[in-house]
Design a protein around this ligand. Structure first.
Ligand SMILES: [Zn+2]
Length: 387
């Protein structure tokens, strides 16, 4: 049996076409053995190893790395052209699996990479009844972006554009809101009973573009903070001059946004103040931050923040708090006059949207949020939420 194996190995070795110098050294190596059996069994083993190695070398080098390409085809009907490297394909697959783990009946699409700068990093075209997608190269993670909290952020936004059909597919938008951020978007006519002043007349439905804007802000938070189980849904309340509400407010389990903060570029002639898009984004980040303060941050973190802001409890003050520090040490008047919770919410809003302003007024607060919150929770991810 051993001889037969050796024979097979030697026969097969002939097919491998080893380079001549290598074959000579192999025979020199085994000739030092005195036992005939040992000679053949060792030679067989040695040659089998060479055959196995040689069989790897005969395949194209990228074959073993085709998993991302094949997976994208199989699961999402996405076909990548030759502009994609295996690394780029792996980044795209990672984002797809994070955004939409169970997309159903996806339409065939072919994808290429372009050096052109594209709005949202993506261009989707319908040609010959199939989708052609161009991703701009600067949306892909690079070597330099590996050190930051979420190198795939730009690619994420591009993929969300694709899955939501440029923000027009409402059920896809609602599905991402629910699966990635744990937030429901109920119809204004069927709000959960606990919603305050709950009449369909008082509320309106979010537009798809409102929800895309909200998602873009929620995505800014590190992966460990994307879902806050106590933040269950969001509502959009009609604010008129008679029954105006503040831009937004938090209640148990949900956030109420004033309709006016989303009506940015529309002129209704009703005299209501218009919001800049970034101000709306800051409000969204601010409200989300309240849920973190209430339900996520540990007591030590809050204690350290209170100390950093010079806060002390003060029963003579309307908010129950006062600070020993000057107004200039706070990012807004509101952060200064309220309490540590509002100071944190305002500071987080500025951290994302106007970071230079926060760095300028309050460098220690900027560092606190960056190191103690963003970097810390950026590391706390689970396999079900891989980016
Ligand atoms: Zn607030």
């Amino acid at each position: 049996m051993r001889i037969f194996l050796s024979f097979l190995a030697v026969r097969s070795a002939g097919l491998v076409k080893l380079p001549v110098p290598f074959r000579i050294s192999a025979f020199r190596f085994v000739s030092s053995y005195t036992s005939f059996n040992l000679f053949f069994s060792s030679a067989a083993l040695f040659l089998l190893i060479i055959i196995l190695q040689a069989s790897c070398y005969t395949l194209p080098p990228e074959t073993s790395n085709k998993y991302p390409l094949l997976r994208l085809q199989e699961k999402y009907s996405i076909y990548l052209d030759s502009t994609w490297t295996t690394k780029d394909a792996a980044a795209l697959l990672k984002v797809f699996e994070a955004v939409s783990p169970d997309i159903l009946n996806p339409q065939f699409s072919s994808w290429n990479i372009s050096d052109d700068a594209l709005e949202n990093g993506i261009k989707i075209e319908l040609k010959d009844k199939s989708k052609h997608v161009t991703i701009s190269r600067d949306a892909l993670p690079t070597e330099e972006s590996q050190g930051i909290a979420s190198p795939e952020k730009r690619l994420f936004h591009a993929v969300v554009q694709f899955i939501t059909e440029n923000g027009t597919n409402r059920s896809a938008i609602k599905s991402i809101m629910k699966k990635r951020y744990g937030i429901d978007v109920p119809s204004h006519a069927a709000l959960p009973p606990r919603t305050k002043n709950n009449t369909a007349k008082g509320y309106s439905d979010f537009g798809n573009d409102d929800l895309m804007l909200i998602m873009s802000v929620l995505e800014e938070f590190p992966q460990g903070l994307h879902k806050t189980p106590q933040l269950k849904y969001i509502v959009r309340r009609i604010d008129t001059e008679e029954k105006g509400i503040s831009s937004a407010m938090v209640s148990r389990g949900y956030i109420t946004f004033a309709e006016s903060i989303f009506l940015r570029h529309r002129d209704h002639g009703d005299g209501l103040g218009r919001f800049h898009r970034d101000d709306t984004r800051k409000i969204i980040a601010h409200e989300k931050a309240h849920f973190l303060w209430w339900y996520v941050f540990d007591p030590q973190l809050k204690k350290d923040w209170v100390k950093l802001g010079g806060w002390q409890q003060d029963l003579t003050s309307e908010s129950g708090w006062s600070t020993t520090q000057e107004r200039s040490a706070f990012v807004t008047e509101y952060a200064y006059t309220e309490n540590p919770d509002e100071d944190m919410a305002e500071s987080i809003g500025f951290y994302f949207i106007y970071p230079d302003k926060l760095r300028a007024c309050c460098p220690a607060k900027y560092e606190f949020i960056h190191n103690r919150i963003m970097l810390m929770y950026g590391k706390r991810w689970s396999p079900s939420n891989p980016m």
